[in-house]
Design a protein around this ligand. Structure first.
Ligand code: AMP
Length: 498
């Protein structure tokens, strides 16, 4: 099958050739002809399958007929996060190089004013996160009655992030006769329900079976004691000893853990960046850019922040925490071993994780081998009982129930919620994150290798290991440690007793 058989316009085919694509991916081959025939599509596909082009290419072709009117966008694409929205915009720019399309992005962290100007001029493609779209709508600047095509992307993630009520509202604001293209990586019951509500006689296309791990990925379990400093030591050992290391994603279950782990890796001079929901837009983009350009070779991320992003293939995935949901394990390790390449996925397992590991093994239909000793063979922990004897990062709260997880997610200032709560332009005015010299030296040094000199083999090893005990953040600090407040050290003069 070639792209020319899919019914795309010559301009779009030329852009596809310029992008260097020769063969449509399975989801493109199956979906594009139906989109061109104006059918509704239910695409069950993960990132990495080429699903974005599966809707952008036919949309650009269809948009060649007709033109945009002021305040009435012709098509609407809903994305759960700002990064994904920006990524889809890049796709429209890439595949629409030969078309004069007007594309607008409605996401938080950008000024309402600039976005209003674009909408007022008229746009062919509006790409938005649900909250920001509704904000614009409520300000009376936007009419959704001209929408011909509605794309709901990453629907299962929208569900995770609590956006389904917003989506339901938006679908009532667009014409009933619009064409709907709906993409999701998994089909939980709630998603099945809304597909029945939103889609009219859709063509169902499944790009690859969800929850299938690529066979090119070597998966290993690594036993560790459960305290944070012990898990971090295990992680550093794994990274340092990794064979054929190129780039890695380290997954942690919580945003706070992502931030702490990132700081810890920087302190140990690893070239790491972090991606989690509490970072402002600029910091998130900067982190992704650094990882994509090679300035950093380790990305520490949470599931919510990383899912769906087009992050280049990585050589290693490290699960600092075993994911609460077995599905997330498959998504995580799917970041490596793409397109037939070899990849490795290591999961740090403590005695609190055994049930979750069993659920993962059940889902993927295979037993994962141990690297080194099994949990039962692990030598006793060197940590003393008062070193904060709480079970690792998940703590006594241990395995959260799905409800707790949902609650944390809904409580968490997700990028979208944060953007709705905060004054619109605040994020845009955030100062650029400053480089902290001591911590980024390793990153900078690595990027100044003169071209003529033979480049060292890529390595994850830190440039140097800090030796000062006080700087080793990972050991539990007793009392106030070295951080005795000055006022406690001042001598006190006794007043004479009368
Ligand atoms: P997506 O699943 O949409 O996130 O796409 C994953 C990656 O595949 C992106 O980097 C695309 O540029 C790339 N891609 C999309 N379609 C093709 C194709 N037909 N051939 C090769 N690469 C593609």
């Amino acid at each position: 099958m070639s792209f020319s058989e899919l019914g795309l316009s010559t301009k779009v085919l030329d852009a596809v050739t310029s992008a260097g694509y020769t063969t449509p991916t399975p989801i493109q081959a199956q979906a594009i002809p139906h989109v061109m025939q104006r059918r509704d599509v239910l695409g069950i596909a993960q990132t990495g399958t080429g699903k974005t082009a599966a809707f952008t290419l036919p949309m650009i072709t269809l948009l060649e007929q007709g033109r945009a009117r002021a305040r009435m966008p012709r098509t609407l694409i809903l994305e759960p996060t700002r990064e994904l929205a920006a990524q889809v915009e890049e796709n429209f720019i890439k595949y629409g190089v030969n078309n004069k399309l007007s594309v607008a992005l409605l996401i938080g962290g950008m000024s309402f004013g600039d976005q209003d100007v674009k909408i007022t001029r008229g746009v062919d493609v509006l790409i938005a996160t649900p909250g920001r779209l509704l904000d614009h709508y409520e300000r009376g600047k936007l009419l959704l009655t001209g929408i011909e095509i509605l794309v709901i992307d990453e629907a299962d993630r929208m569900l995770d992030m609590g956006f389904i009520p917003d989506i339901e509202r938006i679908t009532k604001l667009v014409p009933f006769t619009r064409q709907t293209l709906f993409f999701t990586a998994t089909m939980p019951a709630e998603i099945t329900r809304i597909t029945e509500q939103f889609l009219h006689n859709p063509v169902r296309i499944e790009a690859s079976r969800p929850a299938t791990a690529a066979t090119t990925i070597t998966q290993r379990l690594v036993a560790s004691h459960g305290k944070d400093f012990e898990k971090r030591e295990t992680l550093r050992r794994l990274i340092t000893e990794a064979v054929d290391f190129n780039t890695a994603i380290v997954f942690a279950n919580r945003k706070t853990e992502v931030a702490n782990l990132h700081r810890s890796l920087l302190r140990h001079n690893f070239k790491a960046v972090a991606l989690h929901g509490d970072l402002d837009q600029r910091a998130r983009m900067a982190a992704l850019d650094a990882f994509k350009t090679g300035d950093a070779n380790i990305l520490v991320a949470s599931d919510v922040a990383a899912r769906g992003l087009d992050i280049p293939d990585v050589s290693h995935v490290f699960n600092y925490d075993v994911p609460f949901h077995a599905d997330d394990y498959v998504h995580r390790i799917g970041r490596t071993g793409r397109a037939g390449r070899l990849g490795a996925a290591f999961s740090i397992v403590t005695r609190h994780d055994e049930k979750m590991v069993a659920a993962i093994e059940k889902l993927i239909g295979q037993t994962i081998a141990w690297e080194g000793p099994k949990l039962s063979e692990l030598p006793p922990s060197t940590a003393s009982a008062d070193d904060g004897d709480r079970p690792s990062s998940r703590g006594a709260r241990g395995r959260e129930s799905g409800r707790d997880r949902g609650r944390e997610r809904s409580r968490a200032p997700s990028p979208e919620r944060a953007e709705r709560a905060a004054p619109a332009d605040r994020a845009a005015q955030e100062p650029r994150p400053r480089k902290r010299a001591g911590r980024t030296d390793a990153v900078q040094a690595a990027s100044f290798v003169p071209e003529e000199m033979p480049r060292p083999m890529p390595t994850a090893k830190p440039a140097r290991q800090p030796r000062r005990e006080a700087e080793d953040d990972d050991r539990p600090v007793k009392g106030l440690g070295e951080h005795m407040p000055a006022f406690l050290m001042t001598s006190v003069r006794k007043s004479p007793v009368k």
